[in-house]
Design a protein. Structure first.
Length: 78
């Protein structure tokens, strides 16, 4: 759009390279015979599909955290 001005960095945030940690409660997993609480780490790009799968299995999400980028990942970009 003409007339728009951006302030700050010209680069956009790229969350696709980030990792998300999801804490799940109340899902009966195949490898555990009882309902359990667990954490999974997935790429940000798979977050929506993972949440949908958890809710289909009757699980509840207790927390979602976007993990900080490690120094190793920063060094690979530069």
């Amino acid at each position: 759009m003409s007339g728009m001005t951006t302030v700050g960095s010209t680069s956009t945030s790229d969350y696709n390279g980030r990792t998300v940690e999801i804490e799940v409660t109340g899902v009966c997993r195949q490898d555990v015979s009882r309902k359990s609480n667990y954490k999974i780490k997935i790429p940000y790009s798979r977050m929506v599909k993972t949440i949908q799968g958890i809710t289909r299995m009757g699980g509840k999400i207790s927390n979602i955290s976007i993990l900080p980028v490690s120094n190793e990942e920063n060094n690979q970009e530069g």
